[in-house]
Design a protein around this ligand. Structure first.
Ligand SMILES: *Cc1c(COP(=O)(O)O)cnc(C)c1O
Length: 375
């Protein structure tokens, strides 16, 4: 059986979790939280980092930080995870969904300007499959209309736009360590704050609306309730697990890139025969091998391929259902058709990609796909 995903345990997770237990401080913002945050700052040059319990929570923090109020509008792709939108809806925002590019699920930047109104407060760039959105042009629009840019970098760890780290290009970014992502802690996330104006408040929101973090650094002599907030920080057990993963990030990334390249090379003949499309990586983007997907011509072709692989005990999966057509949002959406988003909903297929997937297994999967398309 080849599952779609299998969490990879690097080896030191247990050791560091035991270390947390013997240190006797298990709640958040301790030794391992600090080690992880320092790792991210040093390796990727992020200005300010806070571990969170999920990417969803980091996005909710972003919505609080940019002070989303009832009626504010936020522009984002429809082809994304529920949390990208839900985080802003929780604070009363109206979501204005933009279509994806034709050949890539990322937001089509050409379509954004027409959607901006005097209520627009932010653009959310989702780096689908860890492949960068066109950030220079998104930031130009944001500057012109005085909007915030939030990067949903859930899938984009260790990925780059013109050699600049994804997560460092917007005002705020959110990463995920859910166990379907490249680097995992079961559930977990990271808030990156690049806009200096939000740094101080981010710590307060993180610690239930208190200035506890300042107190522990000895900057104030008592702590109390100073703002809104919630419990967004993970326990030290989660941070310890995450740190074991981070120590192995280069190894994990190298293996994932190897798998991705093998898939690409073996499936390219089917693309060359114009039967499927493989991911397109723009010149400005790097590939962090978060995901290997292919795009079929029709929904039936895609669904039958899923069945064909499943008959051989291989689990491939489709991905997002366009949010503008979701049960929750369809009546709130303004009727615009988003044809590229719908096309990815219908035709995109994700193949197994995890550290322990062997070259032979990849070959087997690719041969079955070739058999299906009679190539
Ligand atoms: C995984 C994912 C999320 C949610 O991450 P969690 O850590 O599970 O909250 C949000 N946005 C995108 C694009 C994702 O892929």
């Amino acid at each position: 059986m080849i599952p779609f995903n299998k969490p990879y345990i690097t080896g030191n997770e247990n050791k560091y979790i035991n270390d947390v237990i013997s240190r006797g401080k298990i709640s958040g913002n301790g030794f391992y939280t600090n080690k992880c945050q320092t790792f991210f700052r040093e390796k990727y040059g992020f200005k300010h980092c806070l571990l969170t319990t999920s990417c969803t929570d980091a996005l909710e923090m972003a919505a609080i930080l940019i002070d989303i109020k009832y009626g504010d509008e936020v522009i984002m792709p429809s082809y994304t995870f529920v949390s990208t939108a839900n985080a802003f809806v929780l604070r009363g925002a109206k979501i204005v969904f933009a279509d994806s590019e034709k050949n890539c699920p990322n937001i089509d930047v050409q379509k954004i300007e027409a959607l901006i109104s005097n209520k627009t407060k932010a653009i959310v760039a989702v780096h689908y499959a860890g492949i960068a959105c066109d950030m220079d042009n998104i930031n130009l629009l944001a500057k012109k209309y005085n909007l915030f840019v939030i990067e949903d970098s859930a899938q984009a760890i260790d990925s780059f736009y013109n050699n600049k780290t994804l997560g460092s290009l917007g005002d705020i970014a959110a990463f995920s360590f859910h166990d379907t992502k490249n680097i995992i802690s079961g559930e977990g996330g990271l808030l990156v704050v690049n806009n200096e104006n939000f740094i101080k408040r981010s710590e307060i929101i993180w610690e239930k609306g208190t200035n506890r973090a300042e107190f522990f650094r000895g900057e104030v002599n008592k702590y109390g309730w100073v703002d809104v907030g919630s419990s967004f920080l993970p326990s030290e057990l989660i941070a310890a697990f995450l740190f074991a993963q981070l120590e192995n990030i280069d190894n994990i990334q190298a293996k994932r890139k190897h798998i991705w390249e093998l898939y690409y090379n073996h499936l390219n003949p089917i693309q060359n025969a114009n039967i499927i499309k493989l991911p397109e990586i723009p010149n400005y983007a790097s590939n962090n091998a978060h995901m290997f997907y292919l795009i079929c011509n029709t929904i039936d072709e895609r669904n039958n391929l899923i069945k064909h692989l499943k008959n051989h005990d291989i689990y491939s999966v489709f991905h997002y259902l366009s949010l503008h057509k979701s049960e929750f949002y369809k009546n709130k959406h303004d009727n615009r058709e988003l044809i590229n988003s719908d096309n990815f909903e219908n035709c995109l297929l994700r193949l197994p990609l995890y550290y322990e997937l062997s070259d032979n297994e990849i070959l087997k999967i690719c041969n079955l796909i070739k058999e299906y398309f009679k190539i």
